[in-house]
Design a protein around this ligand. Structure first.
Ligand code: RFL
Ligand code: PHB
Length: 391
């Protein structure tokens, strides 16, 4: 088998890249280890930056997002029992974000791919990448017990944090930067109306809480929790009780509870691998970097990487090499700003067991500054809605 770009992974990065390449007339095959249902069953991100919305429109998959997604003009920070609204349009020259679940986005991309008759191999086992430091990279995999090999011009490693692409790079060719936070988020999804029209990020001495949503009838809530916690120990009742403790009386009164549809714990981590190009293999999305979810940047970074990568391939097949040569540096500039923002939001809003009294006071002053100064609010808003691209 031969293709121009072999894409490993059918998460958001792989699927968006596949769609953008298709629009540009570039051939690609996607290999995915899991089944479509498994991929759709992963409840993850919910907030899209304007630039990600624009990219999905460009990829031709924006129709349902515009019809069913919820444009948001701001978020609320609940600090010391008091709410502070961050108004995006007035602070960023008119920008908004779009609340639309990763699951829905993935579904739209899968359907567009199927409708265009594009090839995705689900349940591809033992995927391995070869000779990406030569002009003839190859990818091998096993499907239904039979071995296959794909010859290609490029490999796109869109296979997430635990994927095979980054792991196949020689140790001396890659640098990893990492920060672990020692706690996680316990998430709950329920078919109940959201507690508020906008997202509420709550700082509380018992731990951070987030009130988010997927639609007017589906809510997503998170509680900061210990890594040793087990989902089985969190009955729905216990979750709702703990959430109430971390919210203000107005939210407690408005909160509609109900049975959970999904509950899971995700550890918080910051991670960046540099560079993001190894010869003819390129890493994109979670394969190259992880952010703690506090800044809602994970999915958005995946989209911005594949935007750069699709342009790099289009440039290459048009006879240029600047796009592929600058891919890594271009991505990393934006990645590190989102890493910094996510780390900052996480530090600001979570409870850390080892914070000393001085640091605690300095943090309170910083929060006071952020919410009460236009410059502070602007910094938060500008990063939250998404920084502009270089080009
Ligand atoms: P994904 O979504 O992990 O997709 C990678 C795909 O590659 C497949 N794969 C392989 N395929 C073939 N061969 C192999 N050897 C393979 N190894 C892996 C996997 O099955 C998978 O389908 O990465 P991608 O596309 O880069 O997209 C990134 C986003 O999914 C991610 O950044 C966000 O969802 C991060 N994230 C969140 N971001 C937010 O902005 N807000 C959130 O609330 C939020 N919650 C989360 C999250 C990520 C989580 N993870 C990764 C554990 C919650 C969780 C639990
Ligand atoms: C979500 O809705 O899952 C969500 C929203 C905002 C975040 C993180 C997660 O910062």
């Amino acid at each position: 088998m031969r293709t121009q770009v072999a894409i490993i992974g059918a998460g958001p990065s792989g699927l968006i890249l596949g769609q953008l390449l298709h629009k540009a007339g570039i051939d690609a095959i996607i290999l995915e280890a899991q089944t479509p249902d498994y991929v759709l069953g992963r409840i993850r991100a919910g907030v899209l930056e304007q630039v990600a919305v624009d990219l999905l429109d460009e990829a031709g998959v924006g129709a349902r997002m515009h019809a069913e997604g919820l444009p948001h003009d701001g978020i609320e920070l609940l600090i010391g029992g008091k709410r502070h609204r961050i108004d995006f349009p007035s602070l960023t020259g008119g920008k908004q974000v779009m609340v639309y679940g990763q699951t829905e986005l993935t579904k739209d991309l899968m359907e567009a791919r199927a409708a265009a008759g594009l090839q995705t191999v689900y349940e591809a086992r033992d995927v391995s990448v070869h000779d990406f430091d030569s002009d003839h990279p190859r990818v091998r995999y096993v499907k239904d017990g039979a071995s296959h090999e794909i010859e290609c011009d490029f490999i796109a490693g869109c296979d997430g944090f635990h994927g095979v692409c980054r792991a196949s790079v020689p140790q001396n060719a890659i640098s990893n930067f990492e920060r672990v936070y020692g706690f996680g988020w316990l998430g709950l999804l329920s078919d109940t109306p959201p507690v508020s029209e906008e997202l509420i990020y709550a700082k509380h001495e018992r731990g951070f809480a987030l009130c988010s949503m997927r639609s007017h009838t589906r809510s997503r809530y998170y509680l900061q929790c210990e890594l040793s916690e087990k989902v089985e120990d969190w009955s729905d009742e216990r979750f709702w009780e703990e959430l109430r403790r971390r919210l203000d009386p107005q939210a407690v009164e408005a909160l509609v509870t109900g049975p959970s549809i999904e509950k899971s714990i995700a550890p918080l981590r910051s991670f960046v691998a540099e560079p993001m190009r190894f010869g003819r293999m390129f890493l994109a999305g979670d394969a190259a970097h992880i952010v703690p979810p506090t800044g809602a940047k994970g999915l958005n970074l995946a989209a911005s990487d594949v935007r750069y990568l699709s342009r790099a391939f289009i440039d290459y097949y048009g006879g240029g090499s600047a796009g592929i040569d600058h891919y890594s540096a271009r991505c990393l500039r934006r990645v590190w700003k989102a890493e910094r923002f996510s780390w900052w939001m996480t530090n600001l809003l979570h409870t850390f067991p080892d914070t000393n009294a001085f640091d605690q006071k300095a943090l309170e002053a910083e929060l006071d500054y952020v919410v009460h100064s236009v410059a502070g609010r602007t910094t938060l808003a500008e990063n939250y809605v998404g920084l502009p691209f270089d080009d």
